[in-house]
Design a protein around this ligand. Structure first.
Ligand code: SF4
Ligand code: SF4
Length: 412
């Protein structure tokens, strides 16, 4: 493929030693060995390219075999981001069998998708991608539609949302297209989206999302909205751009070079190489910490912004020109429009969520109380609370239990 807005092809300049860039077996093995050696319960890999399926299925068969070999009963997650062109039945069955979460690049209906996503010969790719989507869904894969919002597709929020849903792609992720002109880094390329257009797009998309709720429950997942909701219920959002700092993942290139972020594969953010260093040391390295803290150095206008708690100044990449310059985010206006539009509804959803959680917690406490009273459950004050909160029993559910008053649990 030769998408006009691709930001990754120019990165090949950093790997000029060879014209073909493929991860060899020793790098793959070392990568997986180090990842599986971590003392954590869950390890996740995100396979991206270029186009990762160009490595062939055998590469991924090796990868899952190595994960089993070096694993220590951890939960293993694999995500694969693909343009879909090479996905045949064998691929679909393999990906389903190993429960890969697929990110499929699809920009919406035919005329929207084919506007920029063409082959090198200029032919549209929509039909082939749609066929792949059906193949993956039929095989039982979990598929996320990854949609780039550019200066053209930004006009079609509702059409894109409806199109994905009709195809059965109920998990969606939207990526604003903002690429700078290599000659003038403070200017964006013509296919980039403007902040006000993107703000309007997000508001329209939000209304579509809310419109798809059934009995107060969403029937569609939109990654940005799901993540913002986490902040509204005081939990850390699972999306780096909404966190106060960056730096909790790294990119490993085909030759083992490690970089701070896939948007920053450039010499100044090269952390090291996994054949000489360990990923864990590179994640904790001063350079990666410096990268992470760049995001927290906010421009003045963010510090007094009512949306800071949710927005966190956006992605560092979108501070155009120089990320050290404390410039406002290129998309600032879009975020302001979106939060002004959605705040009331998010607050209402958060209040409903808290109410539901309270009721669930009450039911769990009642059950625990009855089990303790009947002698079926023994728990000491310093044990982790049996409700699963991770907090000590004496600081969690125990204060709610009162031997002298069985009804007290209901009253809490
Ligand atoms: S620069 Fe952007 S994409 Fe990269 S880690 Fe930071 S917020 Fe995430
Ligand atoms: S909306 Fe704009 S000013 Fe407010 S926190 Fe986000 S980027 Fe900063």
């Amino acid at each position: 493929m030769d998408c006009r807005y691709c930001f990754y092809l120019p990165k090949s300049q950093y790997f000029s030693q060879s014209s073909v860039h493929r991860m060899n077996e020793s790098v793959l093995q070392e990568l997986i060995r180090q990842m599986m050696a971590q003392t954590v319960n869950a390890v996740s890999f995100g396979w991206q390219g270029g186009e990762p399926t160009l490595m062939g299925r055998e590469f991924f068969e090796k990868a899952v075999a190595l994960q089993q070999r070096f694993g220590n009963n951890q939960q293993i997650g694999n995500g694969l981001q693909t343009n879909g062109l090479l996905i045949d039945d064998q691929w679909a069955h393999f990906l389903a069998e190993y429960q890969f979460l697929i990110g499929l690049s699809l920009d919406g209906p035919r005329q929207v998708h084919d506007y920029y996503r063409t082959t090198i010969g200029g032919k549209g790719t929509w039909q082939r991608v749609v066929d792949s989507a059906k193949r993956l869904l039929d095989a039982g894969c979990s598929v996320n539609a990854l949609t780039v919002v550019n200066n053209y597709s930004v006009q079609f929020a509702e059409e894109i949302f409806e199109f994905h849903r009709e195809l059965g792609l109920n998990f969606m992720q939207f990526i604003p297209c903002i690429e700078t002109d290599p000659q003038q880094p403070e200017k964006v390329m013509e296919f980039s989206v403007t902040a006000t257009d993107y703000g309007r797009f997000l508001c329209q998309l939000f209304d579509c999302w809310i419109g798809s709720f059934v009995n107060g429950v969403p029937t569609t997942s939109i990654r940005l909205f799901d993540a913002v909701f986490f902040s509204y219920v005081d939990m850390a959002p699972p999306m780096c751009s909404l966190l106060p700092e960056c730096g909790n993942y790294v990119v490993v290139e085909h030759n083992g070079d490690v970089y701070s972020c896939d948007f920053f594969v450039e010499d100044r953010w090269r952390l090291g190489n996994i054949l000489e260093d360990t990923i864990i040391d590179l994640l904790n390295s001063p350079l990666q910490q410096k990268f992470g803290k760049l995001k927290a150095q906010l421009p003045e206008q963010c510090c007094c912004c009512p949306w800071l708690k949710y927005c966190r100044g956006g992605c560092t990449k979108h501070r155009l020109g120089d990320q050290h310059s404390h410039r406002a985010n290129y998309l600032c206006q879009a975020y302001k429009m979106f939060f002004e539009h959605s705040d009331k509804k998010f607050k209402q959803l958060a209040a409903e969520w808290h109410k539901k959680r309270q009721l669930e917690k009450k039911a769990i406490r009642r059950k625990i109380y009855q089990q303790i009273k009947s002698g079926d459950l023994k728990v000491s004050r310093n044990d982790p609370c049996p409700c699963g909160s991770g907090i000590k029993f004496k600081k969690c559910c125990e204060p709610f239990f009162n031997e002298r008053n069985d009804n007290k649990i209901d009253a809490q």
